[in-house]
Design a protein around this ligand. Structure first.
Ligand SMILES: Cc1ncc(COP(=O)(O)O)c(C=O)c1O
Length: 499
């Protein structure tokens, strides 16, 4: 071989090695990346806007007169940079907004950011004609295999615009199991959307009939569609179906280690999940259902086709990126953060309410969790509070009037208005504020002028009222030997000792 040929062979070899190296190790200048740079720059610039730790600016948020993104402040914070707190503001704890997970995603910004080109999946279907991303399908199955919260073997998977859409699709599909109109039921207290959505659709094929306890348990002639929510919204209890032979929809929105012990994989006909409670991305509107029966699945697919024709490709891309991150870490980071936060919040709130005679909160016990491989203490998404005193007829009004906290009234859950649901899943600012207000409310029970303390003297006991010169009504001084309940007006703590 001539020296020239040999030289050319060497040059070609070196060129190829360099090409492969550049391709594998940062092919940045081989691909024209200019179009994504300005979008990435814009996202980074907005993320860098300081909202004093009490708010956030968004790429699609309002732009101020000087061209800067405007901060959107957390509840009870205001000002251009959200630095001013608003004492005495009304705190909305009605919604189950899962903002408590925001700090987690900020810590994992790099591994979960996505870039969307202007031409990203413009068509109606994926390449294979389906409406479902195969990669996302596989990531969901992988995650369930890690957490072991549901049996995925032989199940069909369908996506929805949030689980809300899937709840409607499932009711529709199950109602067609019989030619008789179906009765849609749930156990009190139940998630209000089961009732409101069923009533809104006002179908001749199904009607909402309320509490399972009002139905004949062993009535096999009726097509019952029973919602089973486990853990339950509002009270966090693990639930089982009540009616024998009913068609069941298992709503497992909260069956993740943040909120619940994983006691066993759920092995039911229809199991519905949502990204809203798993990763906290409620705004992305993504849910999925695992379905055992092919005919039920096909009817749900038809419903979705005629309703929204699938879930937005942008949403599926975002869900994919988030779930890839979760699966890669085998869920450990996310669940540790989620469970740690919710557990702390529950400990603080339930301890506060323990000191109250006026309010009580649901009791939840520690249980063994197969995912954590240990016993875990409770960490529910909501506090289901009961007003214990007869005078406090509408608990949501009491909490709003005296603590300026908006909760969801018990009647919406099919329970009495003696209950109110308070959400624990919002931002840390929101929770701190909520906790302080509940603490104040409870402490006022003992110290506030005009508080009525009822105590029962029917046991014919004599009570010595020890008071600390704090303005106890004159006639209550001395000892009490009553046979009926008496009320004392208090301005400060007093102690009673049976004699
Ligand atoms: C029990 C339950 N099911 C379903 C949903 C609806 O979730 P999504 O945001 O997926 O529509 C919620 C939301 O709060 C819920 O609490």
């Amino acid at each position: 071989m001539s020296t020239l040929k040999l030289g050319l062979v060497y040059c070609s070899l070196i060129f190829n090695v360099l090409f492969v190296y550049k391709y594998l190790h940062g092919s940045h200048d081989l691909v024209d990346q200019k179009w994504s740079k300005s979008a990435a720059g814009e996202a980074e610039a907005v993320a860098a806007v300081s909202c004093s730790g009490h708010g956030r600016a968004y790429v699609d948020g309002i732009i101020s007169g000087d061209g800067k993104p405007v901060c959107e402040c957390n509840a009870c914070f205001t000002g251009l940079d959200c630095s001013q707190s608003v004492p005495g503001c009304i705190l909305d704890a009605d919604s189950g907004n899962p903002i408590y997970l925001e700090p987690y995603w900020m810590q994992h910004a790099a591994s979960t950011a996505i870039v969307l080109s202007g031409w990203h999946r413009m068509g109606y279907e994926y390449d294979d004609g389906s409406l479902i991303s195969k990669e996302l399908h596989s990531e969901i199955f992988k995650l369930h295999d890690i957490v072991k919260n549901v049996n995925t073997t032989g199940r069909y998977l369908i996506f929805g615009a949030g689980s809300t859409q899937l709840l409607g699709a499932a009711v529709h599909s199950l109602s067609l199991e019989s030619s008789q109109p179906a009765k849609v039921v749930a156990s009190v207290p139940y998630y209000p959307v089961y009732k409101s959505q069923t009533e809104l659709l006002d179908s001749t094929m199904y009607k909402f009939m309320g509490d399972t306890s009002l139905q004949n348990k062993s009535d096999s002639s009726t097509n019952f569609i029973e919602f089973v929510t486990s853990p339950n919204n509002p009270d966090g209890q693990l639930k089982k179906a009540v009616l024998e032979g009913s068609n069941k929809i298992h709503d497992l929105a909260y069956y993740w280690p943040h909120y619940s012990p994983i006691v066993a994989p759920v092995d039911e006909d229809i199991a519905i999940f949502t990204l809203s409670k798993l990763t906290g991305h409620a705004g992305s509107r993504f849910g999925w259902a695992l379905i055992k029966d092919k005919a039920v699945y096909e009817r749900m697919v038809k419903y979705m086709d005629l309703n929204t024709y699938g879930v937005a490709r942008e949403t599926q891309l975002r869900a994919l990126k988030l779930l890839q991150h979760v699966v890669q870490g085998r869920g450990n980071d996310l669940f540790e953060f989620g469970y740690g936060t919710m557990k702390r919040r529950w400990e603080l709130l339930s301890k506060t309410l323990e000191a109250s005679q006026r309010f009580s909160v649901q009791h939840l016990s520690s249980q063994y969790c197969t995912f954590l491989d240990s016993y875990r203490t409770p960490s529910p998404a909501f506090a289901w509070i009961k007003c214990e005193q007869e005078d406090d007829e509408e608990c949501s009004k009491v909490v709003l009037g005296e603590a300026k906290v908006i909760g969801r009234a018990g009647s919406l859950f099919g329970a009495g208005n003696g209950y109110v649901r308070i959400s624990l899943t919002d931002s840390q600012d929101h929770f701190n504020n909520l906790l302080n207000r509940m603490k104040k409310l409870v402490s006022q029970e003992r110290t506030q002028s005009g508080t009525r303390l009822h105590f029962d003297t029917t046991a014919n006991k004599t009570w010595d009222v020890e008071y600390q010169n704090m303005g106890v009504d004159q006639e209550m001084q001395g000892s009490l030997d009553g046979k009926t309940s008496v009320a004392v007006h208090l301005q400060a703590a007093i102690t009673f000792a049976a004699t």
